[in-house]
Design a protein around this ligand. Structure first.
Ligand code: PXP
Length: 256
């Protein structure tokens, strides 16, 4: 059986790295909320932001503004810690994506070990879900993690695309794409909504956007970096167009 296929592939724009630049000087510029407005105007379907324990990206006071001023759903990325749970329950964003977090890492280096921490994850999934927040688990594209996410009642998984994006050679990239392809199908077959993200760029997004079981991509670092050269509006529009083209081609091919 083949799971749900999404015709519209949503784009969640992660504005963390606008905040990273702002925080480098400790002031208010550039404002990640202004970037979220620009992303909305350019065709983003949602805004994603990671409130880290060390607040290296967005700060607590950004959350209210991102929720109230933008008019797009906020996907708040957070570690499964009591502090983050309190914050999420206070703000009640549209979605929370639970991610692993280590203070010394440069970025979110791997997926959550949901299968290895079932009790802990179950508590966070239940508390967030009871508050009406859509819970997503950021996992590597592995069957046992998908099955654990399903068993614990998470409605959404986000597949970590980092290994595919960072693959050093073409053979490795093909293998990683095959893993993502299998995981997207398996996730949809399990009834999970499947998202993906990490490391996506203009050059590598199309094969991921062509996986029709994927409903949403969350993209940050490349969009913000590329915006230095092309501006946020045209960078997001170009990413949107690449995603739409890849999705339209694969859906057209399947119905032809
Ligand atoms: N999805 C999740 C869960 C993430 O943690 C990140 C990185 O913050 C992204 C997507 C976006 O990754 P990138 O910034 O490499 O596009």
């Amino acid at each position: 059986m083949s799971g749900t296929k999404a015709t519209h592939l949503r784009l969640g724009v992660n504005i963390d790295h606008v905040a990273t630049i702002r925080n480098a000087r400790g002031g208010d510029h550039p404002d990640p909320v202004r970037a979220a407005h620009a992303a909305a105007a350019a065709g983003a379907d949602g805004i994603t932001a990671h409130l880290r324990e060390d607040r290296r990206h967005i700060r607590d006071e950004d959350i209210d503004k991102l929720m109230n001023e933008i008019g797009l759903p906020l996907n708040l990325e957070m570690a499964a810690t009591p502090e983050m749970l309190d914050i999420a329950l206070r703000h009640k964003p549209h979605a929370c994506c639970i991610v692993p977090e280590r203070r010394e890492e440069v970025t979110t280096e791997g997926g959550l070990d949901v299968a290895g921490h079932r009790q802990h994850m179950a508590l966070y999934i239940r508390k967030l879900s009871d508050a009406g927040i859509r819970v997503s688990l950021f996992i590597n594209p592995d069957s046992h993690q998908l099955e654990a996410a399903r068993a614990l009642g998470a409605p959404v998984v986000e597949l970590h695309t980092g290994a595919y994006c960072d693959a050093g050679d073409a053979g490795r990239r093909v293998e990683e794409l095959a893993r993502l392809t299998r995981a997207a199908r398996e996730g949809a077959d399990l009834g999970l909504e499947v998202h993906a993200g990490h490391g996506l760029t203009f050059d590598n997004v199309a094969p991921i956007a062509a996986l029709a079981e994927i409903a949403e991509l969350n993209i940050g670092h490349f969009l913000i970096g590329e915006a230095i050269f092309g501006g946020l509006d045209s960078t997001i529009k170009r990413m949107r167009a690449l995603m739409d083209k890849a999705r339209a081609e694969v859906l057209g091919a399947r119905t032809a």
